[in-house]
Design a protein around this ligand. Sequence first.
Ligand code: BES
Ligand code: MN
Length: 470
Amino acid sequence: MREEGIALEKALLCIDEQQRTYIEQLKSFIRIPSVSAGADEDTSDGLAQAADFLVGQFDQMGFEVEKVQVRAATNPLVVARSPAFSPHQPTVLIYGHYDVQGVDNPRSAWEVDPFAAEERDGFLIARGASDNKGPCFAHLKAAEVVFANGNQLPFNLVFLIEGEEECGSAALSQFVAEGGLDEFAPVLCTVISDTSMYGPDQPSLTVGLRGIVYTEVEVFGPVQDVHSGLFGGIVHNPNQLLVNALAGLINAEGSIAVPGFYEGVQPLSAREKSLYAALAVDEEAYCRTLGVTSLVGEQEYPILERRWTRPTLDINLLSGGSPRTVIPAVARAAISCRLVPDQDPEHIQATLEGHIRSRLPAATRVEFKNQHCSLAYYLDLDHPLVKPALAAMRKGFGIEPVFTREGGSIPIVVDFAAATGAPVLLIGLGQITDNWHGPNERFSMRDFHRGIRTSAALLCELARASQRAT
Ligand code: BES
Ligand code: MN
């Protein structure tokens, strides 16, 4: 055994023995209602408590932990440095979030108290169980075991856990933009478990996330809702104008009819095409889960390519008027596009806005607000850290992992990659059936356990890889 490195078998044995303890500790974390999105009442107590819970955990792990208050109104970032942190060593970052979504989605659909952390049939059912307290906590427990067993790592291990992922990551993106990660350079990689596994018993390394453009459109008509019998026939109806402008954004073939939208989109490599073609896809199961009769979209692309590697446009909200005989004062829509590598989000945003304006009569008052955009993320399948990541999953799960991409967006992943010049390893521990953001969110306790094992194995693999590199 080398001096530096991990006695992995011993660590894994400890993890197996401590399984129940870890679940009970995770329950304590989950019972803190740290809601950052979709709540009417003040939730700052819960958020502060969750941050303090993590501080307590890191303290007893011997980590040097601080709460970073980026701005007065933001939720604290929890930053924790491993024992014997040294600026002369490279760093492995682990990111997660302690904030959770609200529970009114709707509240009546929850079969359990969302913050009671009930265990049923091997799942912990609670808000935040899978997104993201369980997966995030798995990394804490792995680090705890590794350091408690006196192992030495040839790198610093730094946890960055934010409390605003569900409401835009304002503090963390400012922290990164202002050089908050610079002191950790060189960064070997960032590890994140905030994506999903390909399926039950099928661990996966997510090598791509789609980017996003989001915009809200308001079309204005008369100064207030007016009687359609009195004024119908002489004033523009903003509902009509808006649906006219949005109609046909997607054509009959399922492609996006905004000129220039596909600029820069590259065909998928033959290698990725065949990797994803080899994954089992049950179209009927999708239909059953979603409660739809058939799937739509670009028929020339297989389902997984449509979900992961093709850009999309969706109208997320449409509203205006009321169910009575009025011409409304305003009509609203929210639109989001998912983007793939090489699409420029700012260009798409401007193009989309221009396209919608061009489809409204010139005199229409229209406003675009709350816009945001983020690039897609892509990890080269041949990056030298891909093998250690796969090896760790193989060890942690005892199952051969697969490559996937995913359709969701994690803008901070792109920020981390740009700021550190290092890859982000996306090792999801949840399932797409975990009801993220919905009622009865759940997380498999078996995957929690296998996730802790994977994280410990990853530290071991990264230690080996970084020693090979020096
Ligand atoms: N964890 C998700 C992102 C995700 C979803 C990754 C599905 C992989 C598969 C994250 O919490 C999220 O919901 N992100 C938002 C970001 C957006 C609001 C900028 C998303 O993707 O809609
Ligand atoms: Mn989320």
